[in-house]
Design a protein around this ligand. Sequence first.
Ligand code: ATP
Ligand code: MG
Length: 421
Amino acid sequence: MSTQKFQAVRGMNDILPDESDAWAFLEATLRRWLAQYGYREVRSPILEPTGLFVRSIGEVTDIVEKEMYTFVDSLNGESLTLRPEATASCVRLAVQHNLLYAGPQRLWYMGPMFRHERPQKGRYRQFHQCGAEALGFEGPDADAELILMTARLWDLLGLKEVSLEINSIGSLECRQQHRRRLVDYFERHAAMLDEDSKRRLHANPLRILDSKNPALADLIDGAPRLTDALDDASAAHFESLQALLKSAGLGYRINPRLVRGLDYYNATVFEWVTPLLGAQSTLCGGGRYDGLVEQLGGKPTPACGFAMGLERLLAVLQESGARPIPEQGPDVYVVHQGEAAQEAAFLAADALRAAGFAAVLHCGGGSFKSQLKRADASRAAHAVILGEDEVRAGQVSLKPLRGQGAQQTLSLEQAIQFLKT
Ligand code: ATP
Ligand code: MG
């Protein structure tokens, strides 16, 4: 028989048992936190029609130009894309199911996203995002709520090394004026542009500001600023947002270069950044997208939201030594020796589970010593021990594996009562 060993697709991670506790802890924290603000979960398919992302994210963006996993379904010729983000999916879902007829909606999602990027720390081809979308809220109180709730999450997680950057990119009209000024400016300095930027100069000059090429930093720094030419409505919106953040005592920095890499944003944009992850500094990004619902076939509906990367969040939690992530072990590990004890152990484990405990039954024999080593490695709080003596007496020995306390021998019912208290 020929054998073959396979590897996961490059840039796509397996999450192993030792890592999944941290994931489960983070996911549970996120669920509780989102529920506290009245957000409700949606789950959309991982595959969507390609056009959904091209239309909403924008043709001349990193994601659509080079990062999407797009393929033709050979069975029916449809062009499909593995979702690179989920705001478009959320809006598609809300429009398709007429959710907005019932009034504004606070929605959240969590799950894998796919982008064909160069894998490095904090940047993968399959990664996970948790995002919230507030559909039907004009703000700026909705913008402020989203920003303040993320600040609360960092508190819940004990994360301190994060800071907030905000900006307003204005209305569509004011962006078009700014765009003309940008094209003028970059045309005057065309010799200094890199290939990517030259290509974008006429298609989407705003994207040049988003460039990560350090050679362009000074040129970008000197470019005309949109903040200096904001339309009145956006300027007023931005002022009120800042007043709300100030009254909540939340510190922020206005970053006039913050534009975000997707086309659907307008007015408020924000990012939470950290110095702990090198170049992958953005933990969470969001903003307003007042035109997207209408663009995707719904009634004109103001909206805003954010998305955060869970791999980056977990990496930062580890790096910063923030609150330790609680380890999840079973309540009880049941060890046994001898044929009679094996049957008793089987029944004891079952009774423990019926009483609501997590009980792992030792498998594979071995001395008590080696079994107790396994029990310890399982991170169980207690071992239940069944040997010939216990079986003869109709009892079990209960041994604490964590912290203080003496081993005691008692009936299984008494052991269960003891564990309950
Ligand atoms: P970056 O500038 O780092 O590429 P982005 O602007 O493309 O980020 P968004 O599309 O705003 O990112 O996605 C929101 C969040 O999702 C990011 O702030 C980041 O935490 C996470 N994220 C984005 N792309 C990746 C990736 N390839 N791998 C891991 N996390 C990612
Ligand atoms: Mg990116």
